[in-house]
Design a protein around this ligand. Structure first.
Ligand SMILES: Nc1nc2c(ncn2[C@@H]2O[C@H](COP(=O)(O)OP(=O)(O)OP(=O)(O)O)[C@@H](O)[C@H]2O)c(=O)[nH]1
Ligand SMILES: [Mg+2]
Length: 357
């Protein structure tokens, strides 16, 4: 069994890569499973994976490191009940210190498992995070950088968005910052790129050279606490088949309102479901908010799950989302029923195990 652990900041493309990798592996006859993870409890990523026909377990309400038991329970379940050959585990995008809190404990208690840690970075955000200008606060940036440092494989993702000259500049920056790292330039939207990544994880051999991060948990905690997590599960109902239109309006309005206030978006994710169809829509600070809802026909009813991770205070984000919901309901004559809401700031990271090497 191979555990393919993914880390990297919010929105860097972990779920996209896992989804495409699973499909390629399934076509080759492999049995694959996924463990998703989030501080929240209603996850776009889990529902998206399940809708894509991928065997998915989840650790919710805390990160893998702070709920190691739940992580290993899920891992055992995938191994024993489903006899998977390979597990992809996606850790929360604001989490770091995985060598000490996940890899080392796994080696101690489950010695025989082969594990690789791929850390994803958005090719457009990375030069900003490593440079002098800043989008996120220093404490958030601290987490971002620690994540990169502990990578077995550093995956510079979304390279399809770069011009050749930008790619060349990024290449020399990476060589300077991480001279000893195994770096993979990738577009997770492209089959060849995913196959290349899988091959690199398969042949990785330097397991014994992993060194624990030196990490200041107070700064780490401060960084996590600078981000607000908002999860809304709602239903849009329209007697005139305008639910799809209302969803489109809501998504654009939220994007606009958050960006107008200059609040850095870690990730703003939506899963919309109408009848048998569903679509994941995803926005980060670096991405333009162009999108189209692809559910067919006029819809009377639509379910929407929002996972927003934004650098701001909880009250600000809640205010924006509630205002947008009210406006959409008023302008479109749709009824919006809130099925479940949760808004919080992640707590201080307290890993179950921390084994230093
Ligand atoms: N152009 C381009 N877009 C990508 C690529 N990989 C991912 N994306 C887009 O980036 C956005 C975020 O992707 P996700 O896979 O959801 O990111 P994530 O790392 O799982 O995010 P969290 O779960 O919030 O941490 C989505 O809009 C993806 O379609 C890529 O290689 N190229
Ligand atoms: Mg994800």
């Amino acid at each position: 069994m191979h555990l393919n652990l993914l880390s990297g900041f919010l929105g860097s493309g972990k779920t996209t890569a896992i989804n495409h990798a699973c499909k390629l592996l399934q076509m080759q006859g492999f049995r694959v499973g996924v463990i998703t993870n989030d501080q929240g409890t209603e996850l776009v990523d889990t529902q998206f994976m399940a809708r894509e026909g991928i065997l998915t377990e989840e650790v919710t309400g805390s990160c893998f490191c702070c709920n190691f038991e739940s992580f290993t329970r899920n891992m055992n379940q995938l191994l024993e009940q489903h006899q998977v050959d390979l597990i992809f585990a996606e850790s929360v995008g604001s989490c770091t210190d995985l060598i000490s809190t996940i890899l080392n404990p796994l080696r101690r208690y489950y010695g025989e498992i082969k594990i690789t840690l791929s850390v994803f970075a958005d090719a457009k955000l990375l030069p900003i995070a490593l440079g002098h200008s800043r989008i996120f606060k220093d404490s958030v940036n601290y987490i971002y950088k620690r994540q990169l440092e502990e990578a077995d494989l550093l995956i510079i993702n979304k390279v399809d968005l770069l011009e050749p000259t930008e790619l060349a500049v990024l290449d020399s920056l990476i060589k300077k910052e991480f001279p000893d790292k195994q770096v993979v330039f990738q577009s997770s939207l492209q089959r060849e790129s995913i196959l290349n990544w899988l091959q690199k994880t398969e042949t990785y051999e330097h397991f014994k050279e992993r060194t624990s991060l030196f990490i200041d948990y107070d700064i780490y905690g401060k960084g996590e606490a600078a981000l607000t997590w908002l999860d809304y599960n709602l239903e849009l109902v329209s007697s005139e088949g305008r639910a799809g239109h209302a969803a489109e309006l809501l998504i654009s309005m939220l994007n606009r309102m958050i960006r107008e206030r200059n609040l850095p978006i870690g990730h703003l994710k939506f899963l919309i479901e109408g009848g048998e169809e569903s679509q994941k829509l995803s926005f980060t600070t670096m991405e333009t908010a162009d999108f189209r809802i692809q559910l067919s026909g006029k819809l009377d009813k639509l379910r929407m799950l929002i996972n927003a991770r934004v650098q701001c205070r909880p009250k600000s984000l809640q205010g924006i989302v509630d205002k947008a919901l009210q406006r959409v309901a008023k302008q479109n004559g749709v009824k919006i029923a809130l099925l479940k809401t949760s808004i919080f700031v992640p707590g201080y990271p307290r890993p179950t195990h921390r084994i230093i090497t």
